[in-house]
Design a protein around this ligand. Structure first.
Ligand code: EPZ
Length: 424
């Protein structure tokens, strides 16, 4: 297991380009199962999660090839209906094959994804959606078994106690594209990744209205065709780079940071008096030399609210703001694996229920820390860059799941960073 060695105290300087969105492209790989024709997906990031999804798509019988950097071809001529545990357990997003299998084959057997360090990760809303569409759903030996021979359009309220569900919306949406009749999904997730999926599905011939709104209207069609689609930039990667530039008091142009996707995050930065400016619609420039920040209160919410996937990174940044910040997690109340590790670096941070209380302003100091999940790992990178001294972040395979070439991009911004093999 590789580690990332960072010598802190260096201001990041230069330009960084955001890769394609992990959370947009993963359901798109699944969407290609809806047709026997070829789908071409471009601007796909080079991530281990993408390779895991490709493995699942192949295990179902489809051709799934990375034909050139950032471009994948998927051709699902003949596919089976079973997604096995040994592949699904690796990555929660595997659940996104459920909807396409139900739609295309009128049956599916998909392993329950299991939980992870950020929370239980239930799929009750996914199952509710399938049942509302007229499918019979049984849980047998850890598998979701769906008989969709009687599938038909329906009106579905898909909200849960934590709000909307992103992959749940993807699954119900994709199932509905080939379901006879019309489907209305209420309290659908509005994340940009869902809108991007809708655009791909429309390119395949799906009939979807209300794209970007919490009410999606789908008119089922008899079949879907192939398409070519380019993935939107990753707004969470963009926010991570902005936070890193601010934490190191650097000067960084983040290309691919779409202002329209980052509104709630930029609002937090404005309240913290962080210096940044938007450059056109798709870049954000940070010049934070000599800057000092104000403490903030922030609460994660479904889009367009403050994204839970940037919560850990904001905690790391707020260690640099003199005063008391309170960051509250409303999506995954347990998502605080970064708190004890930041404390090991000298941060005055503690967890109170579903909030992190940060008394910022003290200089962090480098040490050995352990990555635990994708976004907590990103928070440790931000803290290590700002800290005095050297930090070794172990188990950075977590980072490789969701950040394309992060060490290379950091080095290009002047960071003193070195990827070390576990043998070193
Ligand atoms: C997606 O996960 C993202 N992953 C997550 O990003 C992201 O944190 C999450 O949405 C919230 O924005 C992908 O898109 C691949 P949810 P998803 O269903 O769809 C509860 C990252 O770091 N819920 O929107 O699995 C759930 O427990 C990852 O890139 C139910 O109760 O999340 C959570 O509290 C981490 N029942 C809330 O809803 C369900 O059936 C939101 O979950 C489904 C979800």
């Amino acid at each position: 297991m590789d580690s990332l060695f960072i010598r802190g105290g260096v201001k990041l300087e230069g330009e960084v380009s955001v890769s394609g969105s992990k959370n947009a492209c993963l359901p798109m790989f699944a969407a290609a199962l809806l047709t026997p024709e070829k789908c071409v997906i471009k601007n796909v990031p080079n991530l281990s999660d993408v390779r895991s999804m490709a493995e699942i798509i192949r295990s179902l019988g489809a051709r799934c090839e990375n034909i050139e950097e950032g471009t994948w071809e998927i051709e699902a001529r003949e596919i089976s209906c079973t997604a096995p545990y040994e592949l699904v357990r690796k990555m929660r997003a595997s659940i996104c094959v459920l909807g396409p299998l139900v739609a295309r084959l009128r049956k599916a057997k998909v392993s329950l994804p299991g939980g992870c360090v950020i929370g239980a990760r239930p799929v009750d809303l996914h199952i509710k959606g399938m049942k509302c569409l007229g499918c019979s759903v049984e849980i047998e030996s850890g598998y979701i078994c769906v008989d969709a021979r009687k599938i038909r359009g329906a009106q579905i309220y898909l909200g849960g106690r934590f709000g909307s569900t992103v992959t749940g919306t993807s699954n119900v949406l994709m199932a509905a594209t080939l379901a006879p009749g019309s489907t209305i999904i209420e309290n659908a997730a509005c994340e940009p990744e869902i809108s991007d999926l809708c655009k791909m599905l429309v390119g395949m011939g799906a009939k979807i209205e209300g794209i970007g709104s919490p009410t999606l209207c789908v008119t089922g069609v008899a079949s879907l065709g192939g398409t070519a689609h380019s993935v939107i930039p990753d707004r969470i990667e963009a926010g991570t780079w902005i936070a890193a530039a601010l934490a190191t008091r650097g000067k960084v142009l983040v290309r691919g940071a779409l202002k329209k996707h980052l509104g709630s995050f930029l609002d937090i930065l404005e309240r913290a008096e962080c210096p940044f400016e938007t450059r056109g619609s798709s870049s954000i420039y940070v010049d934070a030399s000599g800057a000092s920040y104000r403490p903030v209160e922030a609460v994660t919410l479904p889009y367009p609210g403050f994204p839970t996937d940037l919560q850990a990174q904001v905690c790391a940044l707020m260690t640099q703001a003199k005063g008391i910040s309170i960051v509250t997690e409303r999506i995954y109340p347990e998502r605080f694996m970064h708190v004890p590790e930041l404390a090991r670096m000298g941060a005055e941070i503690s967890r109170e229920g579903s909030s992190a209380i940060i008394s910022g302003g003290r200089k962090l100091s480098g040490t050995h820390v352990m990555a635990s999940d994708l976004r907590a790992s990103a928070a440790l990178v931000i803290a290590a860059l700002a800290a005095k001294g050297e930090t070794l972040i172990q188990r950075i395979y977590h980072l490789d799941r969701g950040y394309d070439s992060m060490d290379k991009k950091l080095a290009a911004l002047g960071a003193k960073v070195e990827r070390r093999k576990s043998s070193e």
